[in-house]
Design a protein around this ligand. Sequence first.
Ligand SMILES: NC(=O)c1ccc[n+]([C@@H]2O[C@H](COP(=O)([O-])OP(=O)(O)OC[C@H]3O[C@@H](n4cnc5c(N)ncnc54)[C@H](OP(=O)(O)O)[C@@H]3O)[C@@H](O)[C@H]2O)c1
Length: 294
Amino acid sequence: MTGENRAPVTVIGLGMMGVALAGAFLNAGHPTTVWNRTPGKGDALVEKGAVRAGSVADAVAASDLVVVCVVDYESMHAILDPVGDALAGKVIVNLTSGIPEDAREAAEWTRGIGADYLDGYIMTVPPAVGLPETLLFYGGSQETFEAHQETLKVLGGNSVYLGADAGIASLYDFALLGILWSTLTSALHAFALVGTEKVPASALLPFAEAWITHVIVPTIQGSAQQIDAGEFGTDISTVGLNAMGLVKMIKVSEAQGIRPDLMVPIKDFLAKRVADGHDADALASLIEVIRNPE
Ligand SMILES: NC(=O)c1ccc[n+]([C@@H]2O[C@H](COP(=O)([O-])OP(=O)(O)OC[C@H]3O[C@@H](n4cnc5c(N)ncnc54)[C@H](OP(=O)(O)O)[C@@H]3O)[C@@H](O)[C@H]2O)c1
């Protein structure tokens, strides 16, 4: 593939992710300029045809689309603030992880310097950058996303625009990461539990996989429907029944000699719903405890 008719792009930040981003642009034939704080990174990219800019100003001048992927927003500002004037009229696509407030402040800052801004989240690891199924979330200017989506889809075929709030992509990122962290650690708790009887994790795994597919996924799907409907009736499994189960889960974990900590807040959430008179509700109603922390 040649670089003809492909928009030039600049990638700032050549860590593990930045290298993957620049590599995907090069593979798709985009003339790609790269810059990194510590010089000397990205040799393989240069061998593949990337231009290594000698300064941030040169990197920004090389392309109208400037992709930034560094460790945090402070680093992004440390790099871009000194060349603010040169960013006027450019599109900044910030793929640096932060929190929604970081993104909103960055969007405000770019408005002040006359640049367009998209705040994105790469929902995968570097080797999956550039695949058709790879998911990226974007928030910020819809016009900017639509104008550049063909180029952005080079980084992941499933690039999704979520809304004008620059912070929305970060919120979706944390929503999905929370599912990852809680399901993974719950699986670790399960492996530890059977491991107390010398059962290898691999022996539980097929049952865990089937359980996730046939029980947990449908339960989450049903919960989403109930949450949106605001209706928590059930004739399948109640808060009261599960409240008793969680008390036993803590006892079993302790009796088998492992930490029960992960399960304790779930027990407490269920106990609160029972105490508030909602023992006949479905598990989805625990969202009311999460929504009302006091
Ligand atoms: N890796 C992943 O699996 C993954 C997945 C999704 C999202 N992300 C996000 O992508 C971003 C980059 O991650 P990464 O995996 O590429 O991290 P990394 O390999 O640790 O690279 C960090 C990058 O940030 C730069 N940097 C650090 N401190 C800086 C500073 N004070 N001033 C200027 N530049 C600075 C580094 O430059 P030097 O080389 O000069 O240190 C390097 O380019 C993060 O926000 C991360 O959360 C990563």
